[in-house]
Design a protein around this ligand. Structure first.
Ligand code: SF4
Length: 375
């Protein structure tokens, strides 16, 4: 298939692996962060770590939106299900994320009206079909999904639909990268930049990372060859003493992003002064809230939620794993109390969570290049 097969071609993957080994200075230990959870998943799924020399280490970043959502926000959203007139609608990957009193799926098992939707537009449809109920869409994601939420809210206002609102948890990627770079226990050489988010925001917002912090950034696609090529591009920059932003994912990511999507976001959202991230704490101007002009479609402006702060179970080390300080298998609960079937932390729930990816793919033999190509 065009755009897939050529990015899984074994001979090209082998060549990229050789180029990485050639470029990596044996006297240096490289620490490269892949920001996006989609990259983390692909790295484990295709066994790409097995193709890297030992001194090229991949650090998993905070780009899984389910993983960075603090438990208190899940509790707040689910508190609305206490009203039998409400339908709680969320994406499937939210369904097993644990809140203090259970996951959305467990709430559903107890009789609350919890539904899986595939898009915010599906949630809007639910509202049209159930005029006697109020549909709360639990919105989550980075700039990748925020535009579709914005367009749905614009649509709800255009239709004058009164029984629909959005519980908004959209976050923005740049402040999270800044928080990681400000973290004193974090040493990084460069970033594999997020591919999905960049389709919306483009590459320009990463320029400060290169200019001010001296770290190269390569925006990358998600196929094995994309990721390996991005590592080659990063190592070339590091070998040449360069730090710039490059776009490996040109077939999808425009340098200036998607102006229509950015306009829709600017119309509906404004920045929250601060927002809590699991593992990273409160980060200023790192999340979106719905503007008062659209307040009628904002669950938080229309209804009261407890606004609770909940700390993760003491033994859970999600924060350290999220910051890349610990590897998933170094968490005391990994694979014992915490598994994809019985997740303690959100990193074990989403397929983009580093713990779930590590659990699902690392217990097996290292994958061969030919096997990776046929996946
Ligand atoms: S194994 Fe579970 S508790 Fe530990 S960091 Fe991963 S998700 Fe969190």
């Amino acid at each position: 298939m065009k755009y897939v097969d050529e990015f899984r071609a074994p001979e090209l993957i082998s060549k990229a692996g050789e180029e990485i080994r050639r470029l990596a200075d044996p006297k240096h230990h490289y620490r490269i962060m892949e920001v996006c959870g989609g990259h983390t998943h692909a790295i484990y799924r295709f066994g790409l770590k097995d193709l890297l020399p030992e001194n090229v280490e991949l650090i998993h970043g905070p780009g899984c939106p389910v993983c960075v959502l603090p438990m208190g926000r899940i509790d707040d959203g689910l508190s609305l299900t206490a009203n039998p007139e409400f339908i709680f609608a969320a994406f499937g990957d939210m369904m097993r994320v644990p809140g203090t009193h259970g996951s959305p799926l467990e709430y559903k098992a107890r009789g609350m009206d919890v539904r899986i939707v595939y898009s915010p537009a599906d949630a809007l449809k639910l509202a049209r079909l159930n005029p006697q109920k109020h549909v709360v869409f639990f919105a989550i994601g980075f700039e990748t999904t925020a535009p579709s939420t914005a367009l749905t809210i614009i649509r709800a206002r255009a239709e004058g639909l009164p029984n629909f609102s959005v519980f908004c948890n959209h976050v923005t990627i740049i402040p999270a990268i800044r928080a990681i770079l400000d973290s004193p226990d974090m040493r990084l050489d460069g970033f594999v930049g997020p591919g999905h988010v960049s389709t919306v925001i483009g590459c320009r917002p990463y320029e400060w990372i290169a200019k001010d912090q001296g770290k190269p950034v390569v925006v990358s696609g998600f196929e094995p060859l994309d990721i390996l090529q991005s590592i080659v591009m990063l190592l070339r920059q590091l070998r040449g003493g360069q730090a710039i932003v490059e776009n490996q994912y040109k077939r999808v990511v425009p340098w200036e992003g998607n102006p229509a999507a950015l306009r829709a976001m600017a119309e509906v959202f404004e920045l929250r002064p601060y927002f809590e991230w699991r593992g990273l704490g409160f980060i200023s101007q790192s999340a979106l809230k719905i503007r008062s002009a659209y307040g009628e479609w904002d669950s938080e402006q229309r209804f009261t939620v407890p606004g609770v702060r909940v700390t993760d179970p003491k033994a859970a080390q999600c924060g350290e794993v999220l910051k890349g300080v610990l590897k998933p298998s170094q968490c005391k609960l990994f694979g014992r109390e915490c598994t994809p079937e019985q997740p303690v932390g959100a990193l074990m729930v989403s397929s983009e969570g580093s713990c779930a990816a590590h659990y699902n793919y690392s217990q097996h033999r290292p994958i061969t290049i030919d096997a990776a190509a046929s996946l």
